[in-house]
Design a protein around this ligand. Structure first.
Ligand code: GLU
Length: 493
């Protein structure tokens, strides 16, 4: 069997976690089976579809590094892959159904359907949907009226008194009484555009899709789709409805829980590898005892048998952990390139940093890499390497159990050491040197370092001091300590 699956988004919103999870699972499944992964744009909702969302889709997947084998941008043997360009197929196939009396013209104007709804609501009727009024019109007469230009839709004739059965790979055998299915849904709208159901089924068939892996919220459409496959005389694909993605509170993941659009994650400083790795685990398990997988490794291991039935819970903290892990795997050069846009946006330097600025930026990466959770944290953490920090009030310089006069003495010692510390080739030598000096001067190492740190970085909490001094160089290092010393001396008068 040729395995072919697809991601079939409607471009009516930004790409979000649920969507990329579906896309990723389809991509992994196709790769794991040596099959083909297809992108199809389901843009039949003319009022809600928007070009900007199509662009967002391409941008998102190019950032994630997820590629399809066939799609609107890369082409393929089943082109076009955009439903608004495929209307002739939908017309042709509804024509077949009409011919076989498995669908019918409906001339009910929207006002009638609206009134029907109101009347039922007022009567608290449990009936919903269409009342099948036009189902009984003589087909020849209906065809004449339609040919004469009378506005109409085409509806599917749901066989009554039957039960529709299908198998879901994850959920097992499912059956629905046809009476419980939306009564005779519209296939082709009066403007000649298909509804989701028609276009989805026709295209899955024409594109020879073997497996439909989609979110569980589509499960209720599947009985209808199965009836349509039967009406057309086609074999349905295999279905696998993926578990829902929930927030920690058990409700469907939404903005209330945090970022959901992939744009937000990117702008907040997430790495695509972290998102892919984490999202791949939402409802699937791979090998025990391992957390980190590349896209290729996931593709080798993906297996429908390892999908979970239970809803997947989206844990932002776990995703942050992944992000930190992937950040630490980057070389300093890679990390600097990734963080550069955030530094430019924060105004650390202009859009085109000078070679000198770039060198300082790269040299600063080892200072922050170990503790970083988001790329976006970098500019604020290392801003003091690019501009002189604003010095806090004198009290911030004073170590515990010390006072201003003693702190001034400590900083005087620091002043004498700043140059040499900045010239030390590595942390170890800098540390040995300052330890020896502290002993000589009979002061505590911590007490000596604290005011020095505030003078150089502007804060008690900062990236490692020795590395910072080294990057600043002897001149700047000394100038900062002298300036801070002056400030303390002035406040002591
Ligand atoms: N166009 C639907 C969506 O937006 C596709 C559902 C399906 O995969 O069948 O998700």
């Amino acid at each position: 069997m040729n395995i072919r699956d697809r991601y079939a988004p409607s471009p009516t919103g930004l790409q979000h976690i649920g969507g990329i999870r579906t896309a990723l699972f389809n991509c992994l499944f196709a790769r794991s089976q040596g099959g083909k992964f297809i992108l199809r744009l389901e843009d039949t909702d003319r009022t809600r579809s928007d070009e900007s969302y199509v662009q967002n889709l391409y941008d998102t997947f190019s950032w994630l590094g997820i590629k399809w084998d066939e799609g609107p941008d890369v082409g393929g043997q089943y082109s076009p892959y955009i439903q608004s360009e495929r209307t002739k197929f939908y017309k042709e196939y509804t024509g077949e159904l009409l011919k076989n009396k498995l669908a019918y013209y409906c001339f009910c104007p929207p006002e009638r359907l609206e009134r029907l709804r109101e009347v039922r609501e007022a009567a608290r009727s449990s009936e919903t949907g269409y009342d099948r009024l036009c189902r009984s019109i003589n087909p020849e007469e209906a065809a004449k009226r339609a040919a004469g230009g009378e506005p109409c839709t085409i509806r599917l004739k749901i066989p009554l008194g039957e039960t529709t059965r299908f198998h879901d790979h994850l959920l097992g055998d499912i059956e629905w009484k046809n009476e419980d299915i939306n009564p005779d849904p519209v296939l082709l709208k009066s403007d000649g555009f298909p509804t989701y159901h028609l276009a989805n089924v026709v295209d899955d068939h024409l594109m020879e899709i073997s497996h439909v892996l989609r979110a569980q919220e589509w499960l209720s459409s599947t009985p209808l789709h199965v009836i349509m496959y039967k009406s057309f005389g086609w074999t349905p694909p295999e279905f696998c409805h993926l578990p829902m993605v929930m927030g920690q509170d058990g409700k469907k993941l939404s903005k209330r829980h945090g970022a959901t659009s992939i744009d937000e994650f990117r702008l907040n400083g997430y790495l695509p590898e972290a998102l892919i790795n984490y999202v791949a685990l939402l409802g699937a398990s791979y090998e025990d005892g391992r957390d980190i997988y590349s896209l290729n490794e996931l593709a080798q291991r993906f297996n429908l048998e390892k999908l979970n039935k239970a809803p997947a819970v989206f844990d932002y903290k776990k995703l942050e952990w992944y992000n930190g892990q992937y950040i630490r795997m980057k070389s300093d050069e890679e990390l600097a390139s990734l963080c550069l846009p955030f530094a430019v946006a924060a105004g650390l330097f202009g859009a085109e940093p000078s070679p000198q600025e770039r060198a300082v930026f790269t040299a600063a990466m080892p200072l922050v890499k170990e503790r970083l959770v988001f790329l976006s944290e970098v500019p604020e953490k290392i801003a003091y390497l690019f501009r002189e920090p604003e010095l806090p009030g004198a009290e911030e310089f004073i170590p515990k159990k010390s006072d201003l006069a003693k702190t001034i003495e400590l900083l005087q010692i620091g002043c004498g050491l700043a140059r040499t510390l900045a010239e030390m080739p590595d942390d170890e030598q800098a540390e040995n040197f300052i330890k020896a000096e502290a002993e000589k001067k009979e002061v505590k190492l911590g007490d000596l370092m604290m005011p020095l740190r505030v003078a150089v970085t502007g804060s008690r909490v900062s990236p490692p001091l020795f590395g910072s001094l080294r990057i600043l160089g002897p001149e700047k290092a000394l100038a900062r300590v002298q300036k801070a010393l002056k400030k303390l001396e002035l406040s002591n008068k």
